[in-house]
Design a protein around this ligand. Structure first.
Ligand SMILES: [Ca+2]
Ligand SMILES: [Ca+2]
Ligand SMILES: [Ca+2]
Length: 320
């Protein structure tokens, strides 16, 4: 049995509380835990920001390349006729669309954009609507069965047979079916009842600021995506003496002697993330910024993500 004194000593020992050293250790441990949690939080937030920026960048690039590819692939398409054998007659004020105009481009500084290369393509972009009857030459009105593609005044339309194409600008479009198209200009060839009317587009792609723009002959200019730093376009040229429909060399726009020999297009987009301070240190990326066709190694001026997206498109009417 313990004495009273011994009991008192034991109780006093239990109630003595924390010493300074214990308190310091507890506070330090607390700080470490808070710092660790904070670090993990900031880290995962940074990972989220960077993957979110990357995802948006990829989405934009894919959309831009898909849209451009679709238009480039169709360059020079006018239904049954092939521009390698048929030269459409452009009835003023409709623009010319020949094999030499169906695709063309500019290198940095010479085209419609503020940065990088630009490209222009022409093609029939709607389906064809048949004439209601054979059309004698030099007819001012064109009658088609219906208007499923929404042809409207000021549209550039192509009358297209297999051996004959006229481009006209519509001045009036009347009736849902049959539909009568009145056009500006006089000259028109003769067409069979099986020949078609199609809508023609001329699209130009270029950069304005950090936006990739698409101008359309009939619909005006719109921004496709934002966040584009540069665009470089190389053209696959069929250089064989007898063209075989396959590209032999990829060249810059300024090096192209004959646009009719261009059979494919390689587009490279340099994209930057929407947000700055996404990567820990400025990125080094590879892009042809001086327009000589060979890549340059560039150190970014900020801490955005930079990525190059490239695709190659064949021009359907010219490939073998
Ligand atoms: Ca170029
Ligand atoms: Ca070839
Ligand atoms: Ca270069």
């Amino acid at each position: 049995m313990k004495t009273d004194k011994a009991m008192r000593t034991a109780v006093a020992g239990h109630q003595r509380g924390f010493g300074l050293v214990e308190l310091m250790v507890a506070i330090t441990l607390g700080f470490i835990v808070v710092a660790a949690v904070g670090y993990l939080y900031l880290g995962s937030r940074q990972v989220f920001r960077s993957s979110d920026n990357m995802a948006r960048m990829q989405e934009n690039a894919r959309y831009a390349l898909d849209t451009m590819s679709r238009d480039i692939r169709m360059a020079g398409y006018v239904g049954c006729a092939n521009l390698s054998t048929v030269t459409p007659v452009a009835v003023a004020p409709a623009p010319a669309m020949t094999a030499a105009d169906a695709i063309s481009g500019w290198d940095s500084g010479s085209g419609p954009g503020t940065t990088g290369d630009a490209i222009q393509v022409m093609a029939a972009v709607s389906g064809g609507v048949q004439l209601t009857a054979a059309l004698p030459a030099a007819t001012a009105e064109v009658k088609i069965h219906s208007n499923p593609f929404g042809f409207k005044p000021n549209d550039i339309l192509a009358l297209t047979g297999c051996n004959n194409v006229d481009l006209v600008k519509a001045s009036a479009v009347a009736g849902a079916g049959p539909t009568t198209i009145t056009h500006l200009g006089a000259r028109l060839g003769a067409y069979a009842a099986t020949d078609m009317v199609m809508k023609v587009e001329q699209y130009a792609y270029f950069i304005s600021g950090t936006g990739l723009m698409r101008s359309s002959l009939n619909e005006g200019t719109a921004e496709l995506i934002d966040g584009i730093q540069d665009m470089q376009i190389l053209y696959g040229v069929d250089t064989d003496a007898t063209a075989d429909g396959t590209p032999d060399v990829y060249q810059n726009a300024t090096a192209i002697a004959d646009w009719r020999r261009v059979v494919s297009v390689r587009i490279s987009l340099l994209m930057a993330s929407q947000d700055d301070n996404v990567v820990p240190s400025p990125q080094t990326y590879s892009f042809d910024t001086d327009d000589d066709g060979a890549p340059n190694s560039i150190v970014a001026a900020d801490r955005r993500l930079y990525q190059v997206f490239t695709t190659t498109v064949g021009i359907r009417n010219r490939l073998n």
